[in-house]
Design a protein around this ligand. Structure first.
Ligand SMILES: Cc1cc2nc3c(=O)[nH]c(=O)nc-3n(C[C@H](O)[C@H](O)[C@H](O)COP(=O)(O)O)c2cc1C
Length: 333
């Protein structure tokens, strides 16, 4: 797991040359078009760091020019400040990690007054505002605030967190409630709304379809899978919260299957994520039906991963005979 202060030290000692600066002048790479379109928003490439694994970009901007990214989905915002869950809230697992961070964030007022202006200084493209809540009113409060932000190109609504009004179930586990949140958010913003779905369901395609029918502009999936580890010496759960969200390379086949199922059920664009850690994974996710791809846990293992994938994509496209990356979106029947 990466330690951000260690990352800062590393960035001071490394003499790293940004090879992407030459991307457009390289004759080989120039002919491979990596641009994708998300609801009218043109991204230079489909690679987006996933919410909660890239903060507001500041630590990563010390390591490389983050303007190469297609976009950024910043940390989930709630109406009020949240300190998150008690420690320990991270458990490493083979090929993945469990987290129970618990939506730690400074609250929507501070995000819009402090974090977004700071982000605008280091990143000049439209960003994705990930919002969370424990009631429909929470989502509406955050969506209204994000609607006023010029740099926010898309609102991504995380409906995988508990709904306190309904016995602790997540909005994302019921098609009816997912549609209700979609409608409520849509009614207060003119920006494209992407509903971010939970994988902890039996019929992800049905929930995606309910969101589309309620007016969603797109679907993001997947969030983390509910998991648990036990410390056998202490005879206690590793996480203070007992359970947490499992993410990282181990979940890639599950995420890919769900992206494929949803792409068969809806006509709106999909942002695919879950275990993506290479350019090959990005291409596979797009072949399953994703228009853009988010990278989460892999940023915590290798903070350069998004940059490396963006640089590798044109070579992979060349090797696979892909001129325009849009050719491969949903090529699987
Ligand atoms: C430490 C951590 C924090 C996260 N925080 C959020 C969040 O605030 N909002 C959200 O929608 N998803 C959050 N996620 C989920 C990721 O955005 C992503 O959907 C999930 O981790 C699957 O992708 P991955 O396997 O590439 O990590 C978080 C994930 C991790 C690992």
């Amino acid at each position: 797991m990466v330690n951000l202060s260690a990352m800062e030290k590393e960035s001071q000692t490394m003499s790293f040359q940004p090879s992407y600066a030459n991307q457009n002048s390289s004759p080989d790479k120039r002919i491979f078009d990596t641009r994708v379109n998300l609801c009218g928003l043109t991204l230079d490439n489909p690679v987006i760091p996933a919410s909660g694994t890239f903060g507001y970009g500041q630590e990563f901007a010390k390591l490389y020019d983050i303007n190469i990214l297609g976009s950024i989905s910043f940390k989930g915002t709630t109406p009020n400040e949240r300190f998150g869950n008690p420690l320990p809230r991270i458990a490493e697992c083979p090929q993945g990690m469990l987290n129970s961070v618990g939506l730690q964030n400074p609250g929507v007022e501070v995000v819009t007054a402090r974090e977004l202006p700071e982000l605008a200084k280091i990143y000049s493209k439209p960003v994705i505002a990930n919002i969370s809540g424990f009631s429909i009113e929470d989502y509406v409060t955050c969506a209204k605030a994000m609607d006023k932000e010029n740099q926010v190109g898309i609102i991504e609504v995380n409906i995988s967190c508990p709904n306190v009004h309904n016995g602790g179930m997540a909005f994302g586990t019921s098609a009816r409630e997912a549609a209700e949140v979609t409608e409520a958010v849509m009614s207060v913003t003119s920006k494209p709304v992407f509903m971010k779905l939970s994988p902890n369901v039996t019929d992800v395609a049905g929930i995606a379809k309910a969101c589309e029918d309620a007016g969603a502009a797109g679907i993001s999936l997947i969030n983390t899978l509910l998991g648990m580890r036990i410390d056998i010496n202490r005879r206690k759960p590793v996480l203070a919260n007992k359970m947490g969200g499992f993410s990282g390379p181990a979940i890639f086949p599950v995420a890919l299957r769900m992206v494929y199922q949803v792409s068969q059920a809806v006509d709106i664009p999909i942002i695919g994520m879950g275990g993506v850690s290479s350019a090959d994974d990005v291409i596979e996710m797009m072949m399953a039906g994703a228009t853009a791809v988010q990278i989460g846990a892999a940023n915590l293992v290798n903070p350069y991963i998004c940059k490396e994938i963006i640089e590798e994509l044109p070579e992979k496209m060349k090797a696979l005979g892909i001129q325009n990356i849009n050719e491969i979106i949903g090529v699987i029947e």
